[in-house]
Design a protein around this ligand. Structure first.
Ligand code: CAA
Length: 257
């Protein structure tokens, strides 16, 4: 199996592969390299006929993924911002959504920004009781750029999605369950077993039919909104609010918009 720097890949059984995002000191924030590595690992798993379910989790007990890596993109131009979003969609978020091998997100803590977007792109979500979910991008002067403006609305409805995105608030795991955002909430020490139980239920079914079902479900959703998100995400990078929001984050203060 390939060697990665920012992820861990482990087979839990002959048919179930666990991929762990492993930058715990940065709360598993997604920088370019991590996205590239996740792409390679998912692509390899998707091409491996033996692997019939994939579980995604964050390392440590605090975070699934705390978002895109703010420190990496804070000095980007609008064109670089738009490219970041487009590349992310292609390598990871759209890529997962379209995989014929089901991906289960085991949300073991913070799933914020790109972290929630990663869970939203996955086919099934389960969360631990300590999980906190949200799209805080507008508090940084930017917008969700990894599919959140589209997929959150697909999952919870436009009204709740709009409210969560505009307030930038975090919701707890129980609220996420009430919203239909996660299938189940369990104690942290039961989370992986719970994800495995979903994977085992999947294993009983036809892998070919599963792939076709994923494709059919996805076909019901248009692409126009995703293109708008790419463009508007880039546009935000040209605003003074983006500079203020990201600078305030690294200076650990509240932004003044
Ligand atoms: N990017 C880069 N670094 C991050 C990060 C992120 N998204 N989230 C956390 N970190 C880093 C922190 O900077 C900190 O690093 P240092 O120790 O070097 O200072 C380390 O991880 C630990 O984080 P905190 O000290 O902040 O931990 P905390 O317990 O006080 O707070 C938190 C936890 C509430 C999750 C807080 O870290 C936080 O608000 N993180 C950012 C969440 C966020 O805004 N995510 C959206 C990112 S933008 C995005 O995702 C764009 C997109 O759609 C494409």
């Amino acid at each position: 199996m390939m060697k990665y720097q920012n992820i861990l890949v482990k087979d839990l059984s002959e048919n179930i592969r666990l991929i762990t995002i492993n930058r715990p000191k940065q709360l598993n924030a997604l920088n370019k390299q991590t996205i590239e590595e996740l792409h390679q690992a998912l692509d390899a798993a998707g091409k491996d006929n033996k692997i019939r379910a994939i579980i995604l989790m964050g390392s440590g007990e605090k975070a699934f993924v705390a978002g895109a890596d703010i420190k990496e993109f804070m000095h980007f131009t609008p064109a670089e911002g738009q490219a970041l979003s487009e590349t992310g969609h292609r390598l990871l978020f759209d890529f997962i959504e379209q995989m014929h091998t089901p991906v289960i997100a085991a949300i073991n803590g913070y799933a914020l920004g790109g972290g929630l977007e990663l869970a939203l792109a996955s086919h099934i979500r389960v969360a631990s009781e300590n999980a906190r979910l949200g799209l805080p991008e507008v508090s940084l002067g930017v917008i969700p750029g990894y599919g959140g403006t589209q997929r959150l609305a697909q999952h919870v409805g436009k009204g709740r999605a709009m409210e969560m995105i505009l307030t930038a608030r975090q919701i707890d795991a129980q609220t996420a369950f009430t919203y239909g955002l996660v299938s189940e909430v369990v104690p942290l020490d039961k989370l992986l077993d719970t994800a495995v139980a979903y994977a085992e239920r999947i294993l009983r079914n036809s892998p070919r039919a599963i792939g076709l079902a994923i494709e059919a479900v996805n076909a019901g959703y248009g692409r126009e909104g995703f293109r708008a998100e790419n463009r508007l995400f880039g546009k935000a990078f040209g605003t003074p609010d983006f500079k203020e929001g990201t600078t305030a984050f690294v200076e650990r203060r509240k932004p003044e918009f």
